[in-house]
Design a protein around this ligand. Sequence first.
Ligand SMILES: Nc1ncnc2c1ncn2[C@@H]1O[C@H](COP(=O)(O)OP(=O)(O)O)[C@@H](O)[C@H]1O
Ligand SMILES: [Mg+2]
Length: 157
Amino acid sequence: MTAARAGLLPPGAAAPQAPVRPGTRPRRHVFPGSPDQAAAARRFTRRALGGCPVTDDAVQCVAELCSNALQHTRSSGSTFTVIISCGPSSVRVAVADGGSDTTPEPAPPVEGSETGRGLALVARLAVRWGHHGGPAGRVVWCVLEWPAGAAQAPSPP
Ligand SMILES: Nc1ncnc2c1ncn2[C@@H]1O[C@H](COP(=O)(O)OP(=O)(O)O)[C@@H](O)[C@H]1O
Ligand SMILES: [Mg+2]
């Protein structure tokens, strides 16, 4: 029984969750497509990754991917989904959106411009990134790695 069902949490409160363990099922969460939900998605990611060595970078990637889902796709006013999976020395984060006629493409750097940097940052932090889908729904994902054995993987519950 969950903490919420057992009456330990107020209705609607998110139950605290243990970090995702390497090799287990991906952790996913659907968020309403409103701007304040980008912060909720960052918190979800941080909780899911616990003490993983690339947590900060993964949270930054999720922030950029969620911001794009909200700005550039039909997720705005609808929903987007964050999916986190974990291997022994890597993490994959993905954001599924409502689709768009545009394609995720890092813009060439423009000096002084505040926009067009999100995917370039993701490409820099991740060992690889990509997307699939199209106007009816798309997933943008990236993989972050750390040297095997160099640090602890997310701790078990
Ligand atoms: N999830 C997405 N679906 C469709 N197009 C996207 C998505 N994410 C990004 N894009 C496209 O890629 C461009 C570059 O994204 P980004 O580097 O984050 O810069 P910015 O969001 O500031 O425009 C966006 O302007 C948009 O056209
Ligand atoms: Mg962006």
